[in-house]
Design a protein around this ligand. Structure first.
Ligand code: ATP
Length: 435
């Protein structure tokens, strides 16, 4: 059994000083109110595994909202609370957040539905969790600070690196746990326990997953695709027969595996190049998984998975538009003439990163891949040095001609034919002189 001292030592070693101080403050507020307070779930799991996790979840034996409000008043934080669920979020002035729950028992009225909530004990609260490794709690109150509470053999499972459900009906209660099991297994490099895997197979066979609402399925799928190594999760989904919940025709054939490998290669290349550039990485994999679907099938899948309306339209439209533009680029490349940088630029401009990466992975043409790569590394982000004001000074009346002239100058720049501002002005003069 792990001692409080050892847990505290782990905290001191792995957590920022401020986090440990906050945990002590939470315990002190609990002491004042005579409420028992615990850190629970993923935070504790990751602390014991030495994985950074800044999402502190706290459970209070009693009124969690009162606790959160008292804490917030003492430490200058804000609180957002949900009376109905007995939960609150403490928000620090710098945006740091702590989730607070009251011990509670959640009933699943029907499989796949949202739970209804009632008060209960910590043990019951932890019992309704997905896997043993997520059931650990650490006491935060003064005297008992650091005491590890392990009702369900979680510590043993952490050590033997096993994902295990708490009871046989777990996947019937909530089929999203099937995807969560895969996500944790792949992320933590654990193994789904044999009996748990059998329960998953059974849930798939008994068609419990069919009851899953599209939104919840999508959310779990997106989380798997957002992991560092999504291919491992996809492979596991395939071996458990889960890809068909995206669309019945999706299979991990050797061709699909090849497409996914290429996608991973391209995504890693891009991430290495642009560490901080935000984009929806998951949708590049999603597009690849769906590459064999017709437009109607793809639209149907996005609708069933409840992809947000604006994003769905964007994906469907861009997928189609990307297809058309890349085909045009392929034709150009196939013709023996040199493809000018400006042609690459004006063909690809406007396509989102996700769609470009998808096509970069998908295209069989090394030359097309090179064009897209060149677009990212060099062409995208190039601008003419002259601006509208310069055109005005040159006597051009404001109007649509501005756009045309600036694009013309940009083309020259992209093709290496205008290196300086002077070159650009000369070019505009030439064009205007010829009008
Ligand atoms: P992550 O690092 O991905 O956020 P996490 O362990 O914090 O992992 P969350 O999805 O944030 O996972 O969920 C927080 C906690 O709530 C988990 O530790 C888990 O025990 C519990 N939980 C979440 N979803 C379910 C579910 N579908 N069924 C049971 N328990 C769940």
């Amino acid at each position: 059994q792990v001692k409080s001292r050892e847990v505290e030592a782990l905290m001191n070693k792995h957590l920022p000083k401020r986090t440990t101080a906050i945990l002590h403050d939470l315990g002190r507020t609990g002491d004042q109110l005579d409420l028992t307070v615990y850190a629970v779930g993923g935070f504790v799991r990751d602390l014991l595994l030495d994985i950074q996790n800044m999402d502190i979840d706290v459970t209070v034996d009693g009124d969690g909202i009162l606790f959160a409000e008292t804490f917030a008043a003492q430490f200058g934080c804000r609180v957002k609370s949900h009376q109905k669920f007995g939960t609150a979020v403490i928000v620090f002035p710098d945006g740091f957040k702590i989730d607070v729950a009251s011990t509670r028992l959640e009933y699943y009225v029907s499989p796949g539905a949202l739970p209804t909530v009632e008060r209960s004990s910590l043990k019951m609260d932890l019992y309704r969790r997905d896997f043993t490794v997520n059931t650990l709690a650490i006491a935060l109150n003064g005297e008992s600070f650091g005491r590890l509470i392990d009702y369900f053999g979680a510590y043993r499972d952490l050590q033997s690196r096993v994902i295990r459900v708490l009871h046989n009906l777990s996947f019937v209660e909530d089929p999203t746990r099937v995807f969560r099991a895969i996500r944790f297994e792949q992320r933590l490099n654990f193994k789904i326990a044999k009996h748990t895997e059998d329960l998953i197979k059974n849930a798939v066979k008994m068609e419990f997953l069919e009851k899953l609402g599209g939104r919840r399925l999508l959310s779990e799928l997106v989380q798997i695709l957002r992991e560092k190594e999504p291919l491992k999760g996809i492979g596991r989904m395939a071996s458990l027969g889960l890809l068909r919940f995206i669309h019945p025709s999706i299979e991990l054939t050797p061709a699909m595996q090849g497409a996914l490998d290429e996608t991973r290669y391209v995504v890693s290349w891009f991430d290495l190049l642009y560490l901080e550039r935000p984009y929806e990485r998951w949708s590049v994999y999603f597009l690849t998984l769906c590459e064999g679907l017709s437009e109607e099938q793809f639209l149907g899948t996005c609708t069933r998975l409840a992809v947000a309306e604006h994003y769905k339209e964007r994906l469907v439209e861009m997928r189609k538009e990307g297809e058309r533009l890349i085909a045009a680029l392929e034709r150009k490349v196939a013709g023996s003439e040199k493809v000018e940088n400006s042609e690459i630029y004006f063909t690809l401009r406007g396509l989102p990163v996700e769609v470009l990466l998808y096509h970069m992975a998908k295209s069989r043409s090394a030359e097309v891949k090179r064009c897209i790569s060149l677009y990212f590394t060099k062409l995208d982000g190039m601008h003419p040095q002259i601006r509208g004001e310069d055109l005005k000074e040159l006597g051009v009346a404001p109007g649509p001609l501005y756009r045309e002239l600036l694009d013309l100058v940009l083309s020259a720049r992209l093709n290496g034919k205008a290196a300086s501002r002077e070159d650009e002005i000369r070019l505009v003069r030439e064009v205007l002189g010829g009008v």
